[in-house]
Design a protein around this ligand. Structure first.
Ligand code: SAH
Length: 291
């Protein structure tokens, strides 16, 4: 029987609402900002091979806050450089917000954005059809590999675009975090439930070396346990990536997801600041170079 569950990404409006709420209820962007300011600068310093023009590709950039923060660190490490920034993002709402932010922020003259309103596989297809030979110095895919059919092939494609000394950066939920252990509840039609644990195994199997950094992050999930709570339902949609999860999932699946959320929060008491209602959602950053 076909699954009644639908992917949250097909309803852009609800996706944006639940993503915004998720950002409010979690330390998601804070942990990334810490990484961008404390660890990323050294990684960015190593790219570019002394060039005065750098090519960057952002895959699944969302509204671009994180992208622009990374680009400003890139510029600090490479003063005077100009940047060609290819943005790959299928949501027109997100892309619009990104464009508005770029038009309003001062001192971004060194960046030229190319807007690709498409998925990463459409971008890949376009790249092949146009027989593009351009190489990239920095490619990032932050919290997007859940949405592609074949995360390994996607990594391989983007890695093949890297120039000498180029770097690919991937951020995903950590295989070590409680939420990373949700594979038994996974519906692969909707999400790959992929973690950095899977990606590390993939890179190991291909003999690709990488660096790995853990980013501790938390999420407040109390509302998810109140039946009929609108915000709790939006958060559950985001966590499961299922549209209207509370009203379309079977009672067994709902119970499984809630139980997992609760167990997860009990497994990680220290990261949770002893608050049993907070859930660890740690992420890992993987960076890898051209083959
Ligand atoms: N990188 C941003 C947004 C993460 S949310 C941040 O960390 O804040 C995931 C993003 O991936 C969303 O903006 C969504 O529209 C986009 N996305 C969904 N499916 C995609 C696909 N197949 N290819 C590329 N991006 C995708």
């Amino acid at each position: 029987m076909a699954s009644p569950l639908k992917s949250l990404v097909i309803d852009d409006n609800r996706y944006q609402k639940s993503f915004q709420l998720f950002l409010e209820r979690s330390s998601e962007h804070q942990c990334m900002q810490d990484f961008i300011h404390n660890t990323l600068p050294d990684i960015l310093a190593s790219i570019g091979d002394g060039k005065s023009h750098l090519n960057v590709i952002g895959v699944g950039s969302g509204a671009g806050e994180i992208d622009l923060e990374m680009l400003s660190q890139l510029r600090l490490k490479h003063p005077g450089v100009t940047v060609d920034n290819e943005v790959v993002e299928p949501s027109s709402t997100q892309l619009h917000q990104y464009k508005v932010m770029v038009s309003q922020k001062p001192n971004l003259d060194y960046i030229k954005c190319t807007w690709n309103k498409m998925t990463s596989s459409e971008f890949e297809e376009q790249w092949r059809v146009k027989k593009m030979t351009k190489k990239a110095d920095f490619i990032h895919m932050i919290q997007m590999l859940y949405y592609v059919k074949d995360p390994g092939a996607t990594i391989e494609f983007f890695q093949s675009l890297l120039d000498n000394k180029g770097k690919l950066l991937i951020i995903l939920v950590s295989g070590e975090s409680g939420w990373g252990n949700r594979s038994q509840l996974c519906n692969t039609e909707i999400s790959q439930c992929v973690t950095t644990g899977d990606m590390k195994s993939f890179l190991d199997s291909k003999g690709v070396s990488y660096q790995s950094y853990e980013l501790p992050s938390q999420m407040e999930i109390t509302e998810c346990f109140t039946e009929g709570d609108e915000k709790g339902e939006l958060l559950l949609d985001f966590l499961t990536e299922v549209l209207d999860f509370s009203n379309t999932a079977s009672p067994e699946l709902k119970a499984g997801v809630l139980e997992l959320s609760l167990i997860t929060s009990l497994w990680y008491p220290i990261l949770l600041s002893y608050n049993p209602n907070k859930n660890s959602l740690n992420h890992t950053v993987l960076t890898t170079s051209a083959k």
